[in-house]
Design a protein around this ligand. Structure first.
Ligand SMILES: [Zn+2]
Length: 160
């Protein structure tokens, strides 16, 4: 038996420590929480994906009375990006959460399915996608979506 400790790298920034470009994208994600459709959870999530060509694609959670039919903000943004600009790598993804009248103090954490889609996005374009998780007290920055999901499952794994 061998035991492994898997580690990941994350940095926490105060708002004024982020770059101008990072703040701009997070601001879009925050704005996007206003368009969230979340009559069941009342948990508003906004996402913004910055593409290599400079375009910013917006997403927000879309809930449904048949719960599994809904979709998270991150995936709505990434799938829209893939649909509208299939040849453009996603360079950066920002996420913000709003509930009970304010943005969350701690950053919201993407669900497992969204992490898997982020990984596929990185592999699809062959580069890293920076991930910014906004919280009122700190924004967590990951250099790569892979830092959010150890032991990733990618297309090579299908080959056995
Ligand atoms: Zn999700």
């Amino acid at each position: 038996m061998k035991e492994y400790n898997l580690t990941t790298k994350m940095r926490a920034y105060k708002w004024d420590e982020l770059t101008e470009d990072q703040r701009a994208l997070v601001s879009v994600a925050k704005e996007q929480t206003k368009h969230s459709y979340c009559p069941y959870s009342h948990f508003h999530v906004g996402a913004a994906a910055k593409l290599a060509n400079g375009e910013v694609i917006r997403g927000c959670n879309q809930e449904n009375a048949a719960y599994p039919s809904g979709l998270c903000a991150e995936r709505s943004a990434l799938f829209a990006a893939g649909a509208q600009y299939p040849d453009q790598p996603v360079e950066r993804l920002a996420i913000a959460c709003f509930t009970d009248g304010h943005f969350t103090k701690e950053p919201g954490s993407p669900c497992g399915a969204c992490r898997q889609v982020m990984i596929e996005t990185e592999h699809r374009y062959g580069g890293k996608m920076e991930v910014l998780l906004y919280g009122d007290e700190a924004t967590y920055v990951f250099d790569s979506a892979a830092d959010l999901l150890p032991l990733i499952f990618v297309s090579e794994n299908l080959k056995g």
